[in-house]
Design a protein around this ligand. Structure first.
Ligand code: NAD
Length: 352
């Protein structure tokens, strides 16, 4: 039987396909903008310079100082660059870190945002901004934060290193797995979640075998769009709470932490959300936690938190933090259960 639901559309325009990066100028025109501040990380600065060259006089400036966790001081420097360039929009070229900077600017001055997304993290389709001020991370949700246009050109992901592709793809799948059992899920978010997981499950092994396979890259980016849209639409649960705790309090890397935790959080919630998870449980051989672990192992993904540098002595504190102000979760979040989940994830043991 269909559950009662509320359905909200996140109003963004999606431009998808090999070669569509050439349409950024056109998208600026549609928005009535003529002066873009282009954003990138230092690593992607050469690619952003190339884009600026293609945009010609539409590129008013380039700020290539985006950093992880959107530090407020970086945003302030970028705001100064925005004003100095007399910009009327931002073009964020990159992954979640660069997109976060564009969102932080837009949250402050309502700049229009065009995102050229180059990883699978999904931030480009959410109205959520995480930023850090003096080491404290806060999360803000506001319609102003949602980018107006997302340009998904899979050719720009051909060079995303395999390890990052795998971790980022599993990060995307985690949004969809949690979306399947979200309290506020709707029939569309469920369709998007199942299709997003299916697409990434098909694409990631092909990318590992052949990183420059454009068809596989296209399927992966399509899946990450769907999974990111789920993240932007419905509430997240235990998995995201644990990953925020591990990232925020223990400085573990974002995508890899998601990749390691996903089989364990899925296994924890599986008994309480079996019906909601059934369409993807089937995809993973009848056991979602175990199946996801085997899938990750087959891709060469990191499997153990200890390999990310987390000390065993930190697990008690991590468990205590994770059960403080827990997000809603289909299975009660209990300290002992979370502590043993973390132990298995730390050691890299396949979920039971
Ligand atoms: P990232 O943006 O930090 O990118 C990691 C590195 O890879 C950077 O140096 C980047 O320049 C480089 N890179 C990106 N694309 C590349 C490509 N195609 N080829 C080669 N190198 C490339 O990593 P991420 O995982 O995309 O983003 C993580 C951040 O995004 C975290 O801070 C996380 O909190 C945030 N995030 C936010 C949301 C949200 O909705 N607010 C959602 C997901 C992630």
């Amino acid at each position: 039987m269909i559950r009662s639901f509320r359905y909200t559309v996140q109003p963004a325009r999606i431009v998808f396909g090999p070669g569509v990066r050439s349409e950024v100028a056109n998208e600026m025109g549609r928005l009535g903008r003529r002066h873009a501040l282009i954003l990138a990380t230092p690593f992607q600065c050469p690619d952003a310079e190339h884009l600026a060259g293609e945009l010609g006089s539409l590129a008013a400036g380039l700020f290539a100082g985006a950093a992880m966790h959107t530090p407020v001081e970086v945003t302030e420097a970028a705001m100064a660059a925005y004003e100095a360039a007399d910009a009327d929009c931002v073009v964020a070229y990159g992954g979640g870190s660069t997109i976060g900077l564009g969102k932080a600017i837009a949250w402050r001055n309502d700049a229009a945002q065009i995102v050229v997304a180059t990883t699978y993290a999904g931030s480009e389709v959410t109205p959520i901004l995480g930023q850090t001020d003096a080491g404290t991370k806060t999360t803000i949700r506001d319609p102003k934060i949602l980018p107006e246009v997302v340009v998904y050109d899979p050719e720009l992901t051909l060079g995303l290193p395999v390890g990052m592709s795998v971790a980022s793809g599993l990060n995307a799948m985690a949004h969809a797995v949690e979306g399947l059992y979200a309290r506020d899920r709707d029939p569309i978010s469920t369709l998007q979640a199942v299709e997003g997981i299916r697409a990434l499950k098909e694409a990631l092994p092909a990318i590992v075998g052949s990183p420059r396979d454009l068809a596989a890259r296209t399927t992966a980016l399509y899946g990450s769009w769907l999974c990111g849209t789920v993240l932007g639409t419905v509430g997240m649960a235990l998995h995201h709470k644990l990953c925020h705790t591990l990232g925020g309090s223990f400085d573990l890397p974002h995508a890899e932490t998601h990749a390691i935790m996903l089989p364990h959080t899925a296994a924890y919630n599986e008994p309480a959300a079996a019906a909601a998870l059934a369409p993807v449980t089937d995809l993973f051989g009848g056991s979602l936690g175990g199946g996801l672990y085997d899938f990750s192992a087959s891709l060469g993904a990191p499997l153990a938190l200890r390999d990310l540098g987390l000390a065993g002595a930190d697990l008690d504190r991590a468990a205590a933090l994770a059960v403080t102000d827990p997000y809603w979760n289909p299975r009660p979040v209990e300290r002992d259960g979370i502590r043993s989940l973390l132990q298995r994830a730390w050691e890299g043991i396949r979920p039971a």
